[in-house]
Design a binder for this molecule. Structure first.
Ligand code: G3H
Ligand code: ZN
Length: 288
């Protein structure tokens, strides 16, 4: 199965009223775990790669090569997209050149005029190669691999303008945050989400900061047009905790317990459980 344009699978999800997970990767073990669960769940899947994660894995081409060869080696038949997460202008172009099947150009830190201009250029360039494009309006709070935002809520009119450029899906800041959420978090601004859904000609919407959003708000957001939900921090937390537990239980002292494949395994299994749960919650199970 070749890599797919994320716009195609998200449009189907938007039409049929379910969400698809974007699960960020940063190494071989995570990538394999997510692909195996997607196949097991018969769910389409979007592998999110930030520029920082791509650098850590030695570059966009390494990531594409790893994913494409894993798809073949693991006999993955469900739709898989590799998506640049929170891409810069240059990063988006380089990811496309390296073989990514989808890119986010995160122009939310520019003023709307420059965001419109740069987004237009990326859309034209990406669509020349059949690659899908995600844009962002408003900003997602918190920090994700060096990309920070204050979490201001998107202006539906600005969302309409960006959507009109032909982007394939749109991340509108609605009070969502990357990473842990504050105790006094007010929840998602469903009013703005509904308005954005109505003013952007029903293009698939994206919910960043999936880790800390309560399940009922995720499901409600899907009903208002969210078709991609991004999850990263939760996987980092369970991965690390599972390995810490393994070592604190002294398992690394058992015969060959110090083998890195054995030490990472509890973390990998913990991530698989998160991915299974999210695919069921988002409604993408058996939608391949
Ligand atoms: O871009 C990636 C996602 O927005 C991750 O958000 O780490 O809060 O799950 P999260
Ligand atoms: Zn994000």
């Amino acid at each position: 199965m070749r890599l797919v344009n994320a716009g195609h699978i998200l449009k189907k999800a938007r039409k049929e009223g379910y969400g698809i997970g974007q699960f960020n990767i940063n190494n071989l073990e995570w990538t394999r775990a997510i692909l195996e669960v997607a196949q097991e769940k018969q769910s389409p899947v979007i592998l999110g790669v930030s520029e920082g994660a791509a650098k850590y894995m030695t570059g966009f081409k390494t990531v594409v090569g790893m994913v494409e060869n894993m798809i073949e080696a693991l006999d993955i038949t469900v739709p898989v997209a590799i998506h640049l997460d929170h891409g810069s202008y240059e990063g988006a172009k380089n990811a496309i050149a390296a073989g990514f099947s989808s890119v986010m150009f995160d122009g939310s830190h520019y003023d709307i005029k420059e965001n419109l201009q740069k987004t237009t250029e990326i859309v034209d360039y990406a669509h020349m190669y059949g690659i899908s494009v995600e844009a962002e309006v408003g900003s997602i709070g918190g920090e994700e691999d060096g990309v920070t935002g204050t979490g201001e809520v998107a202006d539906p009119e600005e969302c309409r303008q960006i959507a009109a450029l032909g982007v394939d899906f749109l991340a509108a800041g609605i009070g969502n945050i990357h990473g842990p959420y504050p105790e006094d978090w007010k929840g998602l601004d469903m009013g703005v989400l509904k308005e954005v859904g109505e003013t952007t000609d029903r293009i698939p919407l994206v919910l960043h900061g999936g880790t800390g959003i309560p399940d009922d708000q995720v499901s409600e957001a899907v009903s208002y047009g969210v078709s991609k939900i991004n999850v990263n921090t939760e996987k980092q937390l369970v991965f690390t905790q599972a390995i810490r537990d393994y070592i604190e239980a002294g398992k690394d002292k058992e015969s060959k317990g110090f083998d890195p494949r054995k030490i990472l395994k509890p973390g990998v299994e913990a991530i698989k459980d998160v991915v299974r749960e999210k695919m069921d919650l988002f409604g993408s199970t058996n939608k391949a």
